[in-house]
Design a protein around this ligand. Structure first.
Ligand code: AMP
Ligand code: MG
Length: 469
C-alpha cells in the first residue's frame, strides 16, 4: 500500500503527526474487497487486522490528525479536528485519483478534548452498512475498507466492544477545514488548502486570482446540491450536517445519527439531539446552503483584501443556491415520476402526491416502487392514490418506467433491520444476517428473491439515533 499526501504542507497546525494507540486484540470483522480492488490495496489477509487497527504501521506510513473547526447545530467551535481518527495518507487508484485512508476510533490525538479517541462496534458497523448501501444507491459517499474489532471495551452507556473503521474518502477537506485556517487568519494556509481542494476535486478550474476561488465556491455549491438532491431522492436524513461534517468533494461523511425516512414527511427527524429539527429531512437544502455560506465567509481573504468587495462577489453565488437547488429538485421529482418533459402543472402534481403520502403515512420507498411497477402491471397503486394517478399517467410515456426504475430504489437500508444487526454485534460480536443483507443492498434497484424480508416498512415514529458514539 503506497501512501502519499498527508496535508502536511498546508499549515503547521493543519496536520499534526500523531500515531494510533495500539489495541489489545485486533480482529478483522469486515473487509471490503471491492474497495480494496479499486485501490489496489494489497495488504496480506493475515496482516489486515494489524494494519487496519493501527497496531502495525507499514514503513511508509506517517499518520496525522487533521485540524478543523465546525459549526455544530449553528454554534461555532474553532478547534475540533480529528479527535479519534488518524489519516494514514492517500493511495492512487488506477486512474491516478487519490483516496484518503483514515482510521476512525484509533485512539486519542491532540484534538481529542478529553474524549477517549475510540469508537464502539455498533456505530462502526452502521457506518459500513450505510455507506455501502448509499454507494450502491448512487449517492456520493465516503466508503469503508475495513472494520476491525479492538478486543477492548469502550465506555459508553452501556459499555460496548470497541472497533476501528478504515474510511476511504476522495479527501477529508471539510468546510470546517477552511474555517479552521480562516479563524487563525492564515491566508497562506487558506490559499494552499483551496488550491489542494481544486487540484483534487475540481482540476478543470483554470482561472487565477479571485476568479479561481469564486469558481471553486460555485463548484462546491453545485456538488452540495447534487448531494442533498440524491439524499432526498432515496429518503436519507444525515442528522448532523455540521460544517465539520460537510466535505468539499460533496461526498456523504459521518454516518452518526443518520437514518432513512419511512413514511413521507419533510419534517422527519430521528436524531435525539436535534430537538429543533434543524437537520430534518426537508431542511437539508437550507442547511447545505447555510454551510456553503460559511465556506464563502472563510474564503473572503482569497477574494479581496476589501471585505465589502469580497462580500459583493461572493454573495451572488450563495444567493444562487436556492434557484439552482429548485431546478435540480424539480428534475429529481420528474425522474422519480417518469414525467414526459416539463410542464407548469408538474409542481402541482408532485405537491399533491407528497401531501397524500404525508396524510396517509405512506412509505416513501415502497410507494414510489409501487407507482413505478404499476406501469408494468407488477404492482398496484395504493387505493388512496388512484385519483391522483389518473393525472400522473397522462404525463408518462414509453420511457417512464426505465427512468423511474433507475431513480426509485426497491431496497434501502431500513432502520429496524440495521438496529437488529447492530444489536447482534453489540451482544455477541457478530451477526448471522449481515453478509446476506450487505449483498442484497448492493442491488437496490433490482427485484431480488430475498428482498421481501428487507423491504417491510416499520413505524419508526419513536426511533431515535445518537451522535458521536
Ligand atoms: P462527530 O460527531 O463524529 O462528527 O465528531 C465531532 C467531533 O468530536 C470531532 O472533532 C471528533 O473527532 C470528536 N469526537 C467524537 N467522538 C470522540 C471520541 N470518542 N474521542 C475524541 N473525540 C471525539
Ligand atoms: Mg464528524
Amino acid at each position: 500500500m503506497k501512501l502519499v499526501s498527508r496535508y502536511t504542507d498546508i499549515a503547521e497546525q493543519f496536520a499534526i503527526a500523531d500515531k494510533p494507540s495500539p489495541v489489545g486484540e485486533p480482529s478483522l470483522l469486515l473487509f471490503n474487497d471491492a474497495v480494496a480492488k479499486q485501490l489496489s490495496i494489497d495488504v496480506a489477509s493475515e496482516q489486515q487486522a494489524g494494519v487496519f487497527s493501527g497496531n502495525q504501521l507499514i514503513s511508509n506510513i506517517a499518520p496525522v490528525a487533521l485540524g478543523y473547526s465546525g459549526h455544530q447545530f449553528g454554534h461555532f467551535s474553532p478547534r475540533l479536528g480529528d479527535g479519534r481518527a488518524h489519516l494514514l495518507g492517500a493511495v492512487a487508484d488506477q486512474q491516478g485519483l487519490l483516496w484518503d485512508i483514515q482510521l476512525k476510533g484509533s485512539g486519542a490525538t491532540p484534538f481529542s478534548r478529553g474524549g477517549d479517541g475510540r469508537c464502539a462496534i455498533g456505530p462502526a458497523i452502521r457506518e459500513y452498512i450505510m455507506s455501502e448501501a448509499m454507494h450502491a444507491l448512487g449517492v456520493p459517499t465516503t466508503r469503508c475498507l475495513a472494520v476491525v474489532a479492538t478486543g477492548e471495551t469502550v465506555y459508553r452507556q452501556p459499555p460496548q466492544r470497541g472497533a476501528i473503521v478504515t474510511r476511504v474518502a476522495s479527501s477529508h477537506i471539510r468546510v470546517g477545514s477552511f474555517q479552521y485556517l480562516a479563524t487563525q487568519g492564515d491566508v497562506a494556509g487558506l490559499k494552499a488548502l483551496a488550491d489542494l481542494a481544486i487540484e483534487r476535486h475540481y482540476p478543470h478550474i483554470q482561472a487565477t486570482g479571485s476568479e479561481r476561488y469564486l469558481a471553486f465556491l460555485s463548484n462546491v455549491i453545485e456538488k452540495q446540491i447534487e448531494l442533498v438532491v440524491s439524499w432526498m431522492r432515496v429518503g436519507f436524513i444525515h442528522g448532523v450536517m455540521n460544517t465539520d461534517n460537510t466535505l468539499i468533494s460533496g461526498e456523504t461523511i459521518d454516518y452518526g445519527p443518520c437514518a432513512m425516512m419511512n413514511h413521507f414527511d419533510f419534517e422527519t427527524v430521528f436524531s435525539s439531539i436535534d430537538r429543533q429539527g434543524r437537520y430534518a429531512f426537508g431542511n437539508q437544502p437550507n442547511i447545505a446552503n447555510w454551510n456553503c455560506a460559511r465556506l464563502a465567509e472563510s474564503l473572503m481573504p482569497l477574494i479581496s483584501e476589501d471585505d465589502e468587495q469580497a462580500i459583493a462577489l461572493l454573495n451572488p453565488l450563495i444567493n444562487s443556491f436556492a434557484e439552482q437547488f429548485n431546478y435540480a429538485f424539480t428534475q429529481m421529482w420528474a425522474e422519480k415520476l417518469g414525467l414526459d418533459g416539463n410542464q407548469d402543472s408538474d409542481s402541482e402534481l408532485v405537491a399533491q402526491l407528497l401531501a397524500l403520502l404525508k396524510d396517509q403515512k405512506l412509505d416513501y420507498t415502497n410507494t414510489f416502487d409501487a407507482i413505478t411497477e404499476s406501469l408494468q402491471g407488477n404492482a398496484e397503486i395504493p387505493t388512496t392514490l388512484i385519483p391522483w394517478s389518473k393525472l400522473w399517467l397522462q404525463r408518462t410515456n414509453s420511457k417512464s418506467y426505465e427512468i423511474m426504475r433507475k431513480n426509485n430504489p426497491k431496497l434501502i437500508p431500513r432502520n429496524h433491520i440495521i438496529e437488529n444487526i447492530l444489536n447482534d454485534f453489540v451482544q455477541s460480536g457478530q451477526s448471522a444476517t449481515l453478509s446476506e443483507y450487505l449483498k442484497a443492498l448492493q442491488q437496490p434497484y433490482q427485484e431480488q428473491a430475498i428482498k421481501t424480508r428487507y423491504t417491510e416498512a416499520k413505524d419508526d415514529a419513536h426511533y431515535k439515533t445518537f451522535c458521536g458514539t
